[in-house]
Design a protein around this ligand. Structure first.
Ligand SMILES: Cc1cc2nc3c(=O)[nH]c(=O)nc-3n(C[C@H](O)[C@H](O)[C@H](O)COP(=O)(O)O)c2cc1C
Length: 193
């Protein structure tokens, strides 16, 4: 395993995407903490990855976005069980540009777009059908033409400082390859499992 970490990730990710036993290879745990250090973790979907980092989209008024605003840091974890693989990534997070968020938002199904307008993510909803009622209102507002991206919905890009590739081994003799970003590239080291 000597390929640089982005190539390594791309290769493992493609294998995971093609694997019939993996329903959604893009699902990843996103860990954040608030300024008091209180951790939180939840699943999000990877929507883009390249040498600049790993992108997911969310509500800017959500607890996760608030954490990211407070610390600028996050960690990701993928687990592709049928392949016996885990990838851990951490680093600094920045909001993507409006053009990038607009471009991705435009690819979403219309009902998902209306859902982004309708949801006040992680706020109490009052009654069970609050979302449906809110989606219906958004649908009435944007009855014709494209649905614009709500200002409270965008993406974040995590630029990795560490990337660790874990491969399951027999008898728990797992293999762990850690890449650490340096000024001009990446350091590579093996870790005990
Ligand atoms: C498989 C899976 C994928 C998800 N993908 C996203 C996502 O891409 N963006 C998002 O905002 N929430 C996503 N969610 C919902 C989040 O896990 C979470 O419930 C929500 O974002 C609120 O998180 P917060 O209160 O910590 O901000 C996903 C949930 C699951 C189970």
């Amino acid at each position: 395993m000597s390929t640089p970490p982005f190539e390594q990730f791309a290769s493992w990710y493609e294998e995971a995407r093609r694997h019939p036993g993996i329903a959604d290879a893009s699902a990843m745990a996103l860990a954040t903490a608030d300024k008091a250090g209180r951790p939180a973790v939840r699943m999000v979907l990877l929507k883009q990855h390249d040498e600049r980092g790993f992108v997911f989209f969310t509500h800017l008024t959500s607890p996760k976005a608030r954490d990211l605003g407070e610390t600028g840091r996050a960690a990701l974890c993928f687990h592709w069980a049928p392949l016996g693989r885990q990838v851990r990534i951490d680093g600094m997070v920045t909001q993507v540009g409006d053009d990038e968020a607009d471009a991705y938002f435009a690819t979403r199904p219309r009902l998902s777009q209306l859902g982004a307008w309708a949801s006040r993510q992680s706020q109490p909803m009052g009654h069970r059908f609050g979302l449906e009622a809110s989606v219906a209102r958004a649908g009435a507002k944007y009855v014709a033409g494209p649905v614009p991206r709500p200002p409270h919905w965008s993406g974040f890009r995590l630029a990795p400082e560490h990337m660790e590739f874990w491969r399951e081994g027999a008898f728990r003799h797992h293999e762990r390859a850690l890449y650490t970003r340096t000024r001009d590239g990446w350091d590579h080291t093996w870790l005990y499992p």
